[in-house]
Design a binder for this molecule. Sequence first.
Ligand code: 9WO
Length: 237
Amino acid sequence: MLFDILTLFPSMFEGVFSDSIIRRAVDKGLATIELHNIRDYSDDLRHKTVDDYPYGGDAGMLLKPEPLAKALNDAKVRHKAHSPCVIYLSPQGELLNQDVVNSLLECQSLILLCGRYKGVDQRIIDRYVDREVSIGDFVLSGGELPAMVLIDALVRLIPGVLGNRDSAETDSLYNGLLSHPEYTRPEVFEGMQVPPVLLSGHHANIRLWQKEQAERITKEKRPDLWARYTSSKVSDK
Ligand code: 9WO
C-alpha cells in the first residue's frame, strides 16, 4: 500500500513511523510512505508563503490553493499506476470507524492531505479531494495526527503485517464487539484471581466465555455498537 502525505510538518511523522508496526510494514515492503512538504510547492521563492487571509474577513489563515494543487498533482503523477484516493483529514469529514478503515484498505494508494491554520481553500476540496475523514468530533491544530492515526489503523490490516499471534481478525471491533477482558500471569494478583475458565484448558468453553464477556461489555459501555451488532446479520455470529 502506498501512502503519500502532504504536510507542512513532515518531521512530526518521523518518530511514529520509525517505530512500531508501521516501521515493520515498511521494512517488509508491504507499505511505502512518502512525505512531501507543501512549502516546497510554494510559488513564492523568497518567502515560501503557503497561507493567506480568508475572504470574508474572519480571523486566522488558510492554505492557499495553488501550492496544494501543485503538490496534489505531483502526488497523482507518482501514483499514476494506481488510481489514488485523496483524503483530507478534517473535523468536517465522515467519522472514522473500523468499517471506514476496512473500506479504505481497498485503495492501493492514498494521498493524505494535512491541513493547518483554518484549513484549505474550499476549491481544493471540491476539485481534488475524494474523501474527507474525521477521527472524532474535536479540533486539533492540524491534520497530521489524524493522518498518523489513519495510517496506523490501515497498515496493521495489510496482509502479512501482523503475525498470526495478533491477527486482526481477533481485534476488538473487527466483529463489531468490544474486547473481552484479558489476563496474563500471575494467576493471583493483589488477591484477584484469573477467571477459572481461562485456566481450564477447555477451548470451547473459553471461546464461549470470551464471547459472552465481549457482548456484556459492549452492551454496557457502547449501547450504540450493541444495537448495530444485534441488528446486523445474526447467522455468522
Ligand atoms: C482553526 C481556526 C482558527 C481560528 C478560528 C477558527 C479555526 N478553525 C480552525 C480549524 O478547524 N483548523 C483545522 C485544523 C483545519 C483543518 C486541519 N486542522 C485540523 C484537522 N484540526 N483538526 C483536524 C481533525 C482532522 C480529523 N479528525 C479530527 C480533527
